[in-house]
Design a protein around this ligand. Structure first.
Ligand code: AHR
Length: 660
């Protein structure tokens, strides 16, 4: 070989060998298991429930009848009247003076009507989800004057109009009374409807027409969809923030959320339009209203059911600033403040207090243990600070132990944020609520956001966050793995900063695949099925691996915040004696990682590993493929106090390491 060629070959060989070594070079991580940096709050990972995207009415609230009391703007929306004879029919009556909260009902006149000649039908929320062999509970308020003799026939029908269940009733009461019937469905349909036929002669009044599956969450009559509530419970959320979101603020003040109007008998809960009904012209949902069947009592009850601390958010005297921004004069704020004080009593007061008694009478004598309360959803500016301050004075005077949450506005930076961030710190607010909907890149770039926060100031609640793919991606497709894995990287930054970031929740929570306004969304449903998005599994994995204390995980003595596209955080669980390591790889390459544990005597085997990954950043879950991106087992090997693990491309990996 000529000498030049020889030298070239030598260099080339060296380069190849170096490259090969580099390729197999392991990322070395050190976990200092005995160095507790900060406790992780039990409320660290939670959920945010708002009735957007048909999340409550038409969603988790299992009522199948849309517009059950004829209170929509168009009173017969969702209903069709079926009539053969001109001298028969249905007239809408408004008894405004007698019943302000539920003024309308339907008066049906029949002239020797045969079954099938005179009736009304309800289309449900994009149809009704009905399951084969399941029982359904029909109910209605009815009355018919002396001399009338009308029977009613109830039918469940499928999308072809075939009758798949029925019942008959012979109401006799002259005064309003609730009558009920049980119906068993013979086949399943997601596009069912309800027919009500009137047979006989005379006049009959009908209102509050309702159809519920008997199989609800906790088998509560008039309750929640079991599958959706179960998905929620499976997250094991530390808290539940409710009921919004912009619906707290309302399009204007008359449309704001008022908790007192959402408790007590459902026929007295005044239906109002949902402000998401008309928010987006391209996703207009004219049949979206709030019946408040899922009201404040039920929100507290659901929180309790799923082991989540209740976090109600109250209107601060301002409507949504993206809409009217209508504000109540500060000198007229007292009814709003009184609502807040009364809510605390409703949640916590004993049964001899005024509002504690209301709760006890609704079936919950025990306290709901409210310790966190938000005033204002996503408000900003001096007008918010001024109103908030009045709430703060009154609430702290009567209930100093209740921690107040206040909004930093709609953005994580910029003028509105800077103003609120400064003012809330001056006001010594307990917890600042930050919201951000940003592209995945932002989440990666902001992994260290909280490293720089003042450790002595207010705590932080990341009350609403979601990585948004660019706008060309629509609906369910926005919940892709690319967004979820960027969120996972970001959450390691929240966990590392758990001394200051005490709560976090993705937004929004539920979306109906045919009735949504805002995407992405954590969980999706149609009338029969529901599933968690990839972001759902990220949340769930963080929540079910919360641990009790943050401990350092270091690469070259530094936290792993994106070096070589890797992100990590670690916690110690004092209850299970596990060290829990979370690693996110935001790159298309597998990464081989060697983890050394310091501060432990022994690592016990086997190591429990879980990985969430996908070969494509565009991959989503769907109603047909709900588990396309879902947790799988991850193998890791331990030698002494060293663990080796291969970290998949674009993945979230979790190792639970039992130690002594
Ligand atoms: O989560 C959807 C909306 O986003 C919330 O209602 C609001 O708080 C935010 O602007």
């Amino acid at each position: 070989m000529n000498p030049k060629k020889f030298i070239f070959t030598l260099i080339l060989g060296g380069v190849i060998a170096f490259a090969a070594r580099a390729q197999h070079r392991k990322t070395a991580l050190t976990i200092k298991a005995d160095k507790m940096l900060a406790p992780v709050q039990p409320v660290m990972w939670g959920v945010f429930f708002e009735d957007v995207n048909m999340g409550a009415d038409g969603g988790i609230y299992a009522e199948l009848v849309k517009n059950r009391s004829f209170e929509f703007y168009k009173p017969l929306m969702g209903w069709t009247v079926q009539q053969k004879n001109f001298n028969e029919g249905a007239v809408l009556i408004n008894r405004q003076e007698g019943n302000e909260n539920n003024p309308r009902f339907l008066r049906v006149s029949a002239s020797h009507a045969a079954k099938g000649a005179l009736g009304i039908a309800n289309e449900g929320f994009r149809g009704m989800g009905i399951k084969k062999e399941a029982w359904y509970s029909f109910s209605a308020m009815l009355r018919q004057p002396a001399g009338s003799d009308i029977k009613i026939h109830i039918e469940l029908a499928n999308e072809k109009g075939d009758i798949i269940g029925n019942a008959a009733l012979a109401p006799t009461g002259k005064n309003w009374e609730k009558i009920t019937a049980r119906i068993r469905a013979s086949v399943s349909t997601s596009k069912g409807k309800l027919n009500i036929w009137f047979e006989g002669n005379g006049v009959i009044d009908i209102d509050m027409i309702s159809l519920f599956p008997e199989d609800t969450w906790k088998s509560r009559p008039g309750g929640l969809r079991r599958d959706m509530a179960q998905l929620l419970a499976d997250i094991k959320p530390g808290f539940m923030r409710f009921p919004g979101g912009c619906i707290v603020e309302g399009y204007d003040l008359s449309n704001r959320f008022q908790w007192k109007k959402t408790i007590g008998p459902i026929e007295n809960r005044k239906t109002i339009v949902n402000r998401w009904n008309m928010e987006f012209a391209h996703r207009s949902t004219p049949d979206y209203f709030q019946t408040f069947g899922l009201g404040f009592f039920e929100y507290f009850q659901l929180s309790e059911d799923i082991g989540a601390a209740p976090v109600p958010i109250l209107n601060c005297g301002m409507a949504c600033q993206f809409n009217t921004g209508e504000s109540v004069p500060v000198e007229q704020l007292s009814p709003y403040i009184q609502d807040a004080l009364d809510l605390i009593e409703f949640a916590n007061g004993n049964a001899s207090s005024k509002w504690g008694k209301v709760r006890a009478d609704m079936g919950h004598p025990e306290s709901f243990n409210l310790t966190l309360l938000g005033v204002g959803n996503e408000n900003w500016g001096p007008q918010y600070a001024e109103r908030l301050s009045a709430f703060q004075t009154a609430i702290k005077e009567k209930y100093p132990q209740v921690k107040l949450i206040a909004s930093a506005g709609p953005d994580p930076d910029g003028g509105k944020f800077d103003y609120m961030n400064r003012r809330l710190r001056e006001m010594n607010i307990d917890i600042i609520d930050e919201h951000y909907y940003r592209e995945p890149k932002w989440f990666l770039q902001n992994v260290s956001r909280y490293d720089k926060y003042d450790r002595l100031g207010p705590k932080i609640f990341v009350g609403e966050y979601a990585a948004h793919a660019d706008k060309t991606v629509i609906g369910e497709l926005r919940n892709n793995w690319g967004a979820a894995v960027a969120e996972a990287a970001f959450l390691t930054g929240l966990e590392r900063n758990a001394d200051i970031v005490v709560m976090a929740s993705y937004a929004p929570l539920f979306a109906h695949a045919e009735g949504w306004q805002w995407a992405p969304c954590l969980m999706w449903a149609d009338n029969l099925r529901s599933y968690g998005s990839p972001s759902y599994y990220v949340q769930k994995l963080f929540s079910s691996n919360r641990g009790t204390h943050v401990i350092p995980v270091l690469a070259n003595n530094l936290p792993l915040t994106g070096q070589d596209s890797l992100y990590a955080s670690a916690v110690w669980d004092k209850n299970t004696k596990d060290v829990i390591l979370k690693i996110v790889n935001y790159s298309p390459k597998q990464k081989d990682v060697a983890v050394s544990l310091e501060g432990v005597k022994k690592v016990l085997r086997p190591i429990a590993g879980t990985v969430l990954s996908s070969d494509s950043l565009e991959k989503t879950n769907s109603l047909d493929f709900p588990l396309a991106v879902s947790p799988q087992t991850l193998q890791a090997t331990a030698t002494g106090k060293k663990i080796e693990v291969n970290i998949k491309p674009y993945s979230l990996s979790i190792l639970r390491i039992k130690v002594q």
